[in-house]
Design a binder for this molecule. Structure first.
Ligand SMILES: *Cc1c(COP(=O)(O)O)cnc(C)c1O
Length: 461
């Protein structure tokens, strides 16, 4: 025993190991020392308990390496989204396009024109950078952005309807998740909720009867995360906008996702384009930057000039203002939309939603073959067709045919295998269905396939 204990390398000799020398160039010395000490201590305990018969220098180094990785990696870090849910709220919603990342990095790493007018050399306006392009893409008179769509809805209601009535159909009193519930939000803005119609049916006459002198806004909310079907009826956007105009009441539409490109050629019909909504006469609309738009987290407010101005100049606007990274990423993302073909090619969320299934199938076949090779009998690997979803409160109920690699463990439980996928240096988040783990190659980037295959070696029982 004492001979084994003596074989545990000293900290001094470990510090001379070429691998450790490399660490010292990368991490603070105290952290490296702590990892080495903790790794040696663990080895000593293993020897004393009879668990280990030999201790090699390389085994101590590898234990220290694991500790070092675990202790130095950031908590917020990248994962591979193999769930097939394109706009996955828990996994950071929309991945940014390349130009957005580059522009955000450039603007963030130095000084910028954030509130500076380069032409006049005077103070400029933070929101001016995206005003023109948003106007063009939405066909609205004016537009600006806040921190997220929840803030956009809140700010609009407080600026336009505080102390007055807001009419909304009972079929649209939705909860978006994460405690964003329209009635609660409304209560906090000081607007008075006036529900009309029923859960399944709301008619134009319901709105007509509800409008009074005290009505500030007629509100429509997109049913982002559910459908109602069967004996249902609601008032179309155009008809409601026409009525709002006739009654002299502004109409607001919380669009939720907000789509700037036409998805109809891809057989996706249940998401209206922002431009279409604006043209149908809605006075003010709000939507997210990181859902179907595929950009950074933010909330866009677009609509009639006077209304947008009232919202922008409200004192609370400052509290939900966006930072320079967001503006830089947003400007680059929306610029891609100036050429729709480019948008579908370059914006990851759009590309994933509309990708040719043959490409998804090719990735699945490649991934399955690679994993099968690496896990040699420890995991049953197959590929097949399945269904993906847009997620993130976009395209509710819209199923998109996809391909998946299915993994069934042999000699370990499904939970154990799932934990291994999740526990790697680059976690792989899979979909669990029945007794298998599914890796949906719709949301797996081409460049991630190799990394997954490489990691799959460690998935064996
Ligand atoms: C998603 C959504 C929101 C909230 O948007 P965030 O960008 O998450 O703040 C509000 N309303 C609707 C209809 C939504 O779909």
């Amino acid at each position: 025993m004492s001979a084994i204990l003596r074989s545990i390398p000293s900290i001094d000799s470990l510090l001379k190991d070429p691998e450790v020398v490399k660490w010292l160039g990368r991490y603070p010395r105290t952290i490296v020392l702590r990892a080495l000490r903790d790794a040696t201590k663990t080895k000593r305990t293993e020897v004393l308990s009879g668990e280990a018969q030999t201790v090699t220098q390389s085994s101590v180094i590898s234990a220290a390496a694991s500790l070092l990785t675990a202790r130095t990696q950031f908590n917020l870090r990248p994962v591979i989204n193999a769930t097939g849910i394109v706009i996955h709220t828990n996994l950071g919603r929309a991945p940014l396009c390349k130009s957005a990342v580059e522009n955000a990095t450039a603007v963030a790493s130095g000084y910028s024109t954030l509130e500076y007018d380069i032409k006049t050399g005077r103070r400029g306006k933070r929101y001016s950078h995206i005003q023109g392009i948003l106007r063009e893409l939405t066909a609205a008179e004016d537009a600006f952005v806040v921190n997220n769509n929840a803030a956009a809805v809140f700010l609009c209601l407080i600026a336009l309807a505080k102390g007055k009535e807001v009419i909304i159909s009972r079929g649209e009193l939705v909860e978006i998740g994460g405690s964003f519930r329209i009635p609660d939000i409304m209560a906090h803005t000081g607007a008075i909720l006036k529900e009309v119609g029923t859960t399944n049916k709301t008619h134009l006459y319901d709105y007509e009867r509800a409008v009074t002198e005290n009505t500030a806004v007629i509100l429509k909310v997109h049913r982002s995360n559910f459908h109602i079907t069967g004996f249902t009826e609601d008032v179309g956007v155009e008809a409601l906008a026409a009525f709002a105009k006739k009654s002299g009441t502004p109409m607001m539409y919380d669009l939720g996702s907000g789509c700037l490109a036409d998805l109809a050629p891809y057989k996706i019909h249940n998401e209206p384009m922002v431009k279409t909504i604006v043209k149908s006469g809605v006075d003010i609309i709000t939507f997210s930057g990181d859902k179907l738009l595929g950009g950074p987290q933010c909330g866009v407010i677009a609509g009639k000039g006077a209304l947008v101005e009232a919202v922008r100049t409200h004192p609370l606007a400052r509290m939900v203002r966006v930072d320079k990274f967001t503006l830089a990423a947003l400007e680059a993302t929306v610029s891609e939309y100036m050429d729709e073909g480019r948008a579908f090619e370059n914006i990851p969320a759009l590309k994933m939603l509309t990708e040719d299934i043959k490409e998804i199938r090719k990735r699945a076949i490649r991934l399955a073959a690679g994993i099968r090779h690496q896990t040699a009998g420890h995991v049953e690997v197959a590929w097949r067709q399945d269904l993906s979803f847009a997620g993130g409160g976009s395209l509710p109920g819209h199923e998109i045919p996809t391909y998946v690699v299915s993994l069934s463990p042999t000699g370990q439980t499904l939970n154990a295998l799932e934990a291994k996928l999740r526990g790697g240096s680059l976690p792989v988040i899979a979909r669990v269905k029945d007794d298998t783990l599914l890796l949906d190659t719709r949301t797996i980037f081409d460049k991630e396939i190799r990394a997954i295959i490489e990691m799959s070696k460690s998935w064996c029982a």
